[in-house]
Design a protein around this ligand. Structure first.
Ligand SMILES: [Fe+2]
Ligand SMILES: [Fe+2]
Length: 283
């Protein structure tokens, strides 16, 4: 089975911020930052990443959050359109990032879940996090770390209740002989001073310990826009691989594609280095 990992599209829609939005102190401060960053994240590159997942023969795609910048309806509509070619529940899993929960109003209106909930829960299933999906030989445990943080902060948290359910889902998958992937937005490694101070996963130590003890095979994360792979040592030996694919909408960005077979995996890197608008497999 082949699984593609995309992340941090940060899609910007020119003119989407209305004057009435700027009455919100939260959006007023953020709009400035976003407008400065918008040239970096390109919807065209994001669309190329989606096409690359198909070219790479992905059976399923995991998108680890920050689809939008300010959680505006127009940004979510664009994200839904960009990701539509990936398909539905069987073919794609999309989790929220902190930018998708940017304002209390966006969370109250369930702007993320209205568009992407159908990739997490089947009709009639309670829409609770984590979403637990068995797809082929793989179990995907889709975790929400996004929360309403203070203005201009980007903290995340899993929380005790959700973490207990994650542990049970991972242990259950292992007992059933399934390969288990945990997807979450916030990074499990330490970053620089600013990111640590205003944007870390608040219960990171507990999450790392739980995933190492329960024995996830692979953790796919976002938030850090640079690609990175590292390991969490397991108490009884062995390790959990943790991977960032980096932002999939940056000129220097890309996606990772995993080939999973017999409980093991290999990974390919696809980078935005081909002719205009095309990702190619890195050597
Ligand atoms: Fe991000
Ligand atoms: Fe983020």
């Amino acid at each position: 089975m082949r699984i593609a990992h995309l992340s941090d599209l940060h899609l910007h829609v020119p003119g989407a911020i209305r004057p009435s939005d700027l009455a919100s102190r939260r959006l007023f401060g953020a709009a400035n930052l976003v407008l400065r960053r918008r040239a970096l994240h390109s919807p065209a590159v994001a669309r190329a990443a989606v096409r690359a997942a198909a070219e790479a023969g992905a059976d399923h795609c995991v998108v680890t959050g920050d689809l939008t910048n300010l959680a505006l309806d127009a940004e979510f509509d664009l994200a839904a359109e960009v990701l539509a070619p990936l398909g539905g529940w069987e073919r794609v899993t999309v989790i929220p990032g902190n930018h998708d929960y940017y304002t209390p109003g966006a969370v109250r209106a369930a702007r993320f879940e209205r568009r992407f909930g159908p990739t997490l829960w089947r009709p009639g299933e309670p829409d609770a996090y984590p979403a637990v999906k068995d797809v082929g030989e793989v179990r995907i445990v889709a975790v929400r770390t996004a929360m309403i943080a203070p203005p201009l902060c980007s903290f995340g948290e899993v929380g005790e209740g959700q973490l207990g359910a994650v542990r049970r889902a991972v242990e259950g998958a292992r007992a059933a002989g399934r390969f288990v992937i945990v997807a979450l937005h916030h990074n499990l490694h330490r970053r620089g001073f600013v990111s640590e101070t205003i944007g870390r996963l608040l219960d990171r130590d507990a999450v790392r310990a739980t995933l190492a003890e329960a024995g996830a095979d692979l953790v796919l994360q976002g938030h850090d826009h640079r690609a990175r792979h590292f390991e969490l040592p397991r108490p009884g030996g062995g390790a959990v691989r943790v991977a960032n694919c980096g932002s999939s909408s940056l000129a220097a960005g890309g996606i990772d594609v995993y080939e999973i077979a017999g409980g093991a995996f290999t990974v390919e890197r696809w980078e935005n280095r081909g002719p205009e608008g095309r990702l190619v497999r890195a050597a």
